[in-house]
Design a protein around this ligand. Sequence first.
Ligand code: T46
Length: 137
Amino acid sequence: MKFVEIVNLDIHGDHRGSLISLEENSMVVPFDIKRVYYIFDTKDDVIRGKHAHKELEQLVIAINGKCNFYVDNGFEKQTIKIDGPSKAIHIKGLVWREMMDFSEDCVLMVLASEHYNTADYIYDYHEFLDEVGKGIK
Ligand code: T46
């Protein structure tokens, strides 16, 4: 089982164009959607994220443009290119994440399972490794 899932979203297309629909508590979004936020206008050479969450579950989609999404569960690391509105990353719990290489037009939309709660964030990488059981004893 991968610690981050890449989900291909169904596109409802016809001669007018395309539409993607996301519903809470579905196969694609397996949680209550308590919050939606989007990241845009990210400056050159910026790395965002650099934290983990204790509990939060999220679905991340580049609804415009592209960026790279780096994930690390303390044991494995992976960089995923998110580059279109029909590709989502499902990320849950103790995963260190960093987002980089944003295109100028990138709009990263995130559906989240909880309201904003700073207590759910881990900003220290060594604390994160301790949490996943990989800290230096
Ligand atoms: C995550 C990655 C993918 C709020 O006021 N409400 C919110 O819901 C969020 C997410 C942020 N903020 C404020 C807190 C900061 O003053 O917006 C500012 C930027 O947030 P942050 O530095 O946390 O943004 P990123 O891009 O580093 O991380 C965000 C999410 O915080 C995080 O949960 O997984 O995107």
